[in-house]
Design a protein around this ligand. Sequence first.
Ligand code: GCU
Length: 445
Amino acid sequence: MTARRPVRSRSPKHRPVLLPAGIVACSTTLLAAPFPEPSQLPVQPTPPDPLVRFDGQRVSTAREWYQQRRPELKALFQHYMYGSWPSAPAVRATVERMDTQYFGGKATKKEVALALGPDDAPVLHLLVVVPNGRRGPAPVFVGLAFCPICALVNDPNLPLPTNWMYPGPGVRDHRATAAIRGSAVGTWSIEQTIDRGYGVAIFYNGDVEPDYPEAPEGIRAWYARHPAPASAGTTAAEGGYDWGAIAAWAWGARRVVDYLVTDKAVDARRIAVVGHSRNGKASLVAGAFDERIALVIPHQAGCGGTAPSRGTIGESVQRINTSFPHWFNAPFKQFNDQPQRLPFDQNSLIALCAPRPVLVSNATEDSWGNPDGQFEMVQGADPVYRFLKAGGLAARQMPPTNQLVASKLGFFIRPGKHSMTPEDWRAFLDFADKELKPVRPPRDR
Ligand code: GCU
């Protein structure tokens, strides 16, 4: 794999402008950084309309959405919330172990080590399992997990990791013990996915960025120690990324996609991404910024993901920034007591995925994640999908429990708590059966 060049607008009328961190925008879109200080932004009590540009003009064509408003929204989300991040490095993939007779011969398993850069860059350990006997390559769910890959399957051959772990079953003092093996089999239900004809490619988010502030072994610290050389088509200042951990996990998922599109067993045009909670926030960021991802499932993603920043139920911007100061960038903290000044809400992040399908899934007892507010965010993304003639949300109100709304913008809520269960996976797979179509080459962009 080679380092990817920033994408440039093909239209001769629009001169490309390279913003910090490789964001490319058109010179006609008023995207010249820096954006105003948060205190200078207007108060908008309700979610800003994604189809109204930062300069107040309404988007009038699909082309304008793709070429101007979408890049502008991406730049706004990076500037005020998630931070800026490096463009794709040359990822080195090594298949460490392979078993073509997995799950009693139903699947092939590969353990792939992805070096996220040269030298001592962090290594992401990927568990790829694809069904055997398919006629063509398999559609695959990229999964962001809270646990190492040895927890995802009952398989003593997977090595025990030594890096930082979340507290949980089989973890002592943030380190894995043998008891961690297989402890997340029910969460990921890999065999069910295989039986339905899909593959998975799952990694532990902590391989990319351990979930505590200023983790020295994370990818953010690594880039801080290795600022991009000016000779690589960047400026030295680009080493100064201000990304939070959510963006780093999303970036890691995109490096997994870099690998998957080279894997012959995988249908590169049918790659979905799924994650739970903080990993759901990261899944949505990955899908919003990466058009190779054909379907996005932010599961119970809550504040900073699919719940409104202006919401009054559950977690607030102030609370998330206080509990998790390393998840977002510094400017986002300036919205703690004035989220109404954000020039977007999370409906715009969902809308960035258009025309690709997004399933927002929830649980009734997860009030911290504000399921009602999440439904409103899906409703708030719907006008963009309709404007682009890409379908939308086929529900006027929150559906009854266990009743999947399987339209381009999907919604699901089941009884129960904040978790990821085999029932959730059934809904994900039903949604994918209907909506995981090959990503089409961009038409209008
Ligand atoms: C906390 C946090 C949420 C997050 C959740 C999780 O509850 O406040 O924002 O989604 O952890 O990741 O499980």
